[in-house]
Write a protein of this length. Structure first.
Length: 564
């Protein structure tokens, strides 16, 4: 497991969950906490899951105690082994390791069945033949009590027989369920005889065709916690109303271990959706290019986009753990990523919208190597050499034929500094005859200004980046923006959330020119392209010597000075 300080108790005040755990340890209620991260393998993990991962595994790190990785795989119609493997990969990439504590709810199917038999023998469960719609109607509403099923008073013997026949696949899917017998007048709808088993004639990705009945999540989750000896079962707030059922199952069955369920506020992040069901709609509808599309807030998408795991852990630590629902602006996550990469990403030069510059007084056929720092504040990261020649590319936005007063970059008769290079002055502009667009500009350079300073002490206000035309490599660059145009795509329930998709969330640039050192970039390697933002070599669309770069995040400002 990671030992980084993001989750260190010394790094910040204890949140309310850690306070509860600390008190339980102080009083001797527990010798050490045992937490768990229990994903359902029905999709890829997203940034909301990262908060739970960092909490559960973080508590384990802080207390030198176990955190179980348990797949709650009770719905084979939606689960796949591929999802299991992606979840394992994501958790490990975030910096955590479950060690020997890898579990599956499907490991407990026999025990869960035996517990169900025990409930029937206690008169606390019965086989019901109402349809799903009838069960919903019989349940009542928040203001009206429920109505008892006509099958509620079956004898224990009859229920045992029917449940065993359900297990033997004698009945059609959907024709019968096993329900807990609790209280149809309870103010909590979850306690109105909830379904705990249903018939699903679907092969399971781990148990195959052994079972045709599967336990429901609420029933499975609490018993899995008890079987594993979990001490603190940490859930998001939507499970608060499920806690009485959690406790009822454990109390009724008198399990040796009774974990304490504690709820905390889920992560709500602007400009995204956190529902796996809705994320699946985006994937299946080809609105995005898969679960790992870099526009997605899935962990695999963030990894592919270049978000560092350390930045995600820091983000989760900074937003904290609370009981009150709140919204976190996307800029907070982007800021955490930017702060991390600012310290760790080497610098490089890339021209995204190239304009050719011809330096008339530089010898034709000649080139030289200029020294460039890999990081201006991190001398230990060393330096590299970049080639300079008579023809270079600059950003088209760095030249204006008729610049306004506060435009400090290149224009006719104006002088600027080339990053790590020379002073150049524009002397002529060449336009395309057909379109009237600027095709190239001619400049002169001052050979006495190598390295960026003039012996006569003259100053220039603008510093621009560039690449040598003869040595540049051309690589596609993908510019990603937020996937949705509105802060909360789910806010209006009368409008399909997909109506808020941002049509400009991906722009691909195919004519970019990069300094030659970037041809050696490895998949997943991050750089700051000076003045353009932070970029990452794509993990999938990669060929040796010709990487594809994804923009991870922009710089803090649209314009940054580089001459300091």
């Amino acid at each position: 497991m990671t030992d980084s300080t993001e989750n260190s108790p010394e790094a910040r005040p204890l949140d309310f969950i850690r306070q509860i755990i600390a008190e339980d340890l102080r009083t001797g209620k527990h010798q050490h906490p045992v937490t768990r991260f229990p994903p359902e393998p029905n999709g890829f993990l997203h940034i909301g899951h990262a908060k739970s991962i960092c909490l559960n595994f973080g508590i384990a790190v802080e207390n030198n105690s176990p955190c179980h990785m348990r797949f709650d795989d009770t719905n084979p119609s939606k689960e796949e082994s591929a999802y299991v493997e992606s979840i394992k990969k994501d958790v490990k990439w975030l910096g955590f390791d479950w060690g020997k504590n890898l579990f599956y709810a499907s490991d407990y199917f026999d025990r869960l069945y035996d517990y169900a038999i025990q409930l029937i023998k206690l008169g606390k469960a019965y086989v019901c033949e109402l349809s799903a719609e009838e069960i919903r109607i019989y349940r009542g509403t928040l203001t009206e009590p429920g109505k008892e099923s006509p099958y509620r008073d079956r004898t224990i013997e009859e229920n045992l027989d029917l449940f065993q026949r359900m297990k033997a696949c004698e009945f059609a899917e959907g024709s019968r369920v096993l329900r807990a017998k609790i209280d149809m007048n309870s103010p909590n709808l979850n306690m109105r005889d909830p379904v705990i088993y249903r018939i699903l004639k679907v092969a399971h990705h781990r148990t195959g065709d052994k079972w045709c009945i599967y336990p429901m999540y609420d029933y499975t989750h609490c018993l899995s916690d008890a079987i594993e000896g979990i001490t603190h079962s940490l859930c998001t707030l939507e499970f608060e109303d499920h806690r009485p059922l959690y406790d009822w199952c454990l109390d009724t069955l008198k399990t040796a271990c009774h974990p304490r369920q504690i709820e905390f506020a889920r992560l709500n992040l602007t400009y995204t959706v956190m529902s796996k069901r809705k994320i699946l709609q985006l994937v299946q509808g080809n609105y995005v290019a898969g679960w790992d599309d870099p526009r997605m807030l899935t962990i695999s998408g963030l990894r592919r986009r270049g978000y560092p795991a350390s930045a995600i852990r820091k983000f989760c630590a900074d937003i904290g753990i609370g009981k009150k629902e709140s919204w976190i602006d996307m800029s907070v996550l982007e800021g955490a990523v930017r702060d991390d990469l600012n310290e760790t990403a080497p610098r490089a030069m890339a021209v995204l919208n190239p304009l050719k510059v011809i330096i008339d007084n530089y010898p034709q056929g000649q080139s030289e190597e200029l020294e460039a720092q890999n990081h201006p504040q991190r001398p230990e990261m060393g330096s590299r050499t970049i080639p300079f020649s008579r023809e270079i590319y600059i950003e088209r936005e760095d030249f204006m034929e008729d610049p306004p007063k506060k435009f400090f970059r290149l224009g006719p008769g104006r002088e600027v500094r080339l990053r790590y290079g020379y002073f150049i002055r524009c002397v002529a502009v060449v336009k395309d005859v057909a379109t009237g667009e600027i095709a190239a500009i001619h400049c002169t350079y001052d050979p006495e200004t190598r390295g960026g300073s003039a012996p006569d002490g003259r100053k220039v206000k603008g510093t621009i980046h560039w690449v040598s035309a003869a040595h540049a490599i051309s690589c596609p660059i993908r510019l990603y923006d937020r996937l949705f145009l509105t802060e909360n795509p789910d806010a209006d329930k009368n409008v399909d959330f997909k109506e808020h998709l941002n049509p400009q969330s991906l722009t691909t640039l195919d004519t970019c020119m990069l300094e030659p050192s970037l041809s050696k970039a490895q998949p997943g390697e991050s750089f700051q392209f000076e003045r353009n933002g932070y970029f990452c070599a794509d993990l999938i669309d990669y060929q040796p010597g010709a990487p594809v770069f994804n923009r991870t995040v922009t710089l803090k400002d649209s314009w940054t000075k580089t001459d300091k």
